[in-house]
Design a protein. Structure first.
Length: 364
């Protein structure tokens, strides 16, 4: 609502217009006038008032017709209208209500009554305006949230849920921008998959992969890992980016133990259909460079560094059912696991032998 409130006085009698304009103007209201119904509608369309004082009897277009026209327009449907009449108000009130009037005044005008009705209707108008603004704000927020959810859904097709949410939330740092961070990397794949894929029907291969990916995916999401990529039966997951966590090594090891147990269950069913498959995992911890990799229109989120190479080498070294850990990973989770030393293992691309351990079980 405007400040001061804007009141339109509509009457075909100049003396009545002047009286009402003087009384309202003296109380600090902004007053405009019209001498006919058509002029009133034109002025409302050009500069909508906060309240209309509308004479009932006018030539060409009565006050009732003006009121009906205002109510028919969504822009003025809730504009307060006070009908002013010298005719028997009892008879005219029904017509006015049917036309959409909010209140009535009888001529000659009683000034205290006039001001009381004006103040009352302006308070109602202000409340309606505030409610309309709240509704607009709510509609905007809902539209923004729907758009955000739709974007999040699209991003989750390509990125991990954590990364998708980080991109949508738009924090202080751009998660896709290249950065370095200490992460725990898990690399896993199926043992015997290559031979299986060479001899099995494509539908059988896809069926095994769907089941395997679905079960591993549940565990990745449960432990809040970031799936960097999967190629066939191989998967690379890391922890502590893009969302930092206080215990990345523990999450990685607990997830790996759960994966090993779940694949062992799946393998029983696979074996019944003649598919001899098993599982191996490598886990390493260290610094990597992370960020967007790709080109416009197709971007992946990746990690590059010795730690990713080492986890892949550990996975390749793992025998069926083994989860191989580096010394750094074991140190971080030593109180939680039982593990056995494998020895100092030399890996391609790693300059020094790596102390390697096999995860036997979780203590709790």
């Amino acid at each position: 609502m405007k400040d001061p409130a804007h009141i339109l006085v509509v009457d075909d009698t100049p003396a009545n217009v002047k009286l009402l304009a003087d009384v309202l103007g003296a109380r600090g209201y902004a007053v405009s006038t019209a001498s006919s119904g058509k002029e009133a509608l034109a002025k409302v369309a050009a500069d909508a008032p906060d309240l209309v004082l509308l004479d009932v009897v006018m030539p060409e277009m009565s006050g009732y017709e003006v009121c009906k026209a205002l109510r028919a327009d969504p822009a003025t449907a809730r504009l307060p209208v006070v009908m002013v009449t010298a005719i028997d108000p009892g008879q005219e009130r029904v017509k006015g209500i049917e036309a959409g009037a909010d209140d009535f005044l009888t001529k000659p005008i009683n000034q205290p009554e006039l001001m009381a009705r004006v103040r009352s209707l302006l308070r109602v108008k202000q409340l309606w305006d505030e409610l309309a603004e709240l509704n607009r704000t709510l509609e905007t927020r809902v539209a923004e949230q729907v758009a955000q959810l739709e974007r999040l859904g699209r991003l989750k097709r390509f990125f991990s849920p954590q990364l998708a949410e980080a991109i949508v939330s738009g924090g202080a740092e751009d998660p896709l921008k290249s950065h370095r961070r200490d992460i725990t990397v898990v690399f896993l794949d199926l043992r015997g998959f290559t031979a299986f894929a060479e001899t099995a029907e494509p539908e059988e291969v896809m069926g095994v992969l769907r089941e395997y990916h679905a079960e591993m995916g549940k565990l990745i999401l449960h432990w809040e890992g970031t799936l960097e990529r999967f190629t066939g039966d191989g998967m690379m997951i890391f922890f502590n980016d893009p969302t930092p966590v206080p215990d990345p090594a523990e999450r990685a090891v607990r997830m790996a133990a759960a994966m090993r147990a779940r694949v062992a269950e799946l393998a029983v069913g696979w074996k019944k259909t003649g598919f001899d498959l098993d599982f191996g995992i490598g886990i390493a911890h260290g610094y990597a460079t992370l960020g967007a990799i790709g080109f416009e229109g197709r971007v992946d989120y990746g990690a590059i560094g010795t730690v990713t190479n080492l986890s892949a080498r550990l996975c390749a070294e793992a025998k069926p059912g083994q989860v191989l850990l580096t010394q750094r990973v074991l140190t971080a989770v030593e109180a939680l696991v039982d593990a056995e030393p494998v020895g100092d293992v030399s890996f391609k691309g790693i300059s020094r032998p790596v102390k390697t351990f096999n995860l036997l079980s979780l203590k709790s």
